[in-house]
Design a binder for this molecule. Sequence first.
Ligand code: SF4
Length: 316
Amino acid sequence: MRFNAGGRPALPRYGHITALALDPVEKKPLYHWRPGSAILSLGFAGCNFFCPFCQNWRISRDADAAGRPVSPEELIARAQEAGVSQIAYTYSEPLIHAEYLFDCMTAAGEAGMANVLVTNGSANPRAAEEILSLTSAANIDLKCFSEKTYREILGGDFDTVKNFIRCACGLGVHVEITTLVVPGLNDAEPELDRLADFIAGLAESAVHPGMAGMDDALRNDASYPPPWHLTAYHPDYRWTVPPPTGKNLHAAACRARRKLPFVYTGNTGGENTTACLCCGAVLAARQGFRVNAGGLVKRGGRWHCAACGAPAPFRG
Ligand code: SF4
């Protein structure tokens, strides 16, 4: 994606897009961000990890993947034509195209659009802070809770990813976490428990808009940990072990709900609902990427439970 050309960085794939599509925001997956909205989503070639079960390996492992150049200006125009006010940088790994990302995010922000990042969270602290300061919402992979697995199997660095997630929460980005559940790699109960503990601990660093003006009770309501998506892997690329059963995935989600208020399952075809933490009413019910968010109302720029009026853990 980049090389040293006589002492200067060369970016031969700057702005080279391999995919451009209008998606439901639930597909990112973001379940607590602008429910039911559409988002212009673009993908790139390449990745800085080499997960052997990569579900997008045709573009992540091919630096020459087909596509075409799209300028930041064209990208904004395409979003405006589609009538959407948000852009997702997604599919393989956007952070390795940081220069293009920075240009697009700056232009999108100036055009009044929200930037959504879907990433493995692997960037040095300075780049992370620059990109995250332009990001409104992010879904960040937390692939396991093992430094060894990150280093030896995925080709990444565990501490870097944890710090990226903490940085996003601290900067007030709306964060949701995804773990692709791969049997034998990351599905043991002690490891899933450690993942849940880490995510629960993020509530303390999360910054939510308007918290400064809230009284203590409301502030406590707003200090929830990021939603956690437990998504079923399927055999792909070089990994052939069978996928987790729906029963096992749901059991893992039930266990995680002892520690976290918002845990969802993905790639199982099941339903995922979000209930009000105050009165228990259903705020949003999802089937696949379809959502019925009739239990939510937006007042004064914030989401509330339509039944009891309590602040709802949704943003955007
Ligand atoms: S981080 Fe994502 S895109 Fe990159 S190799 Fe791993 S699964 Fe594939």
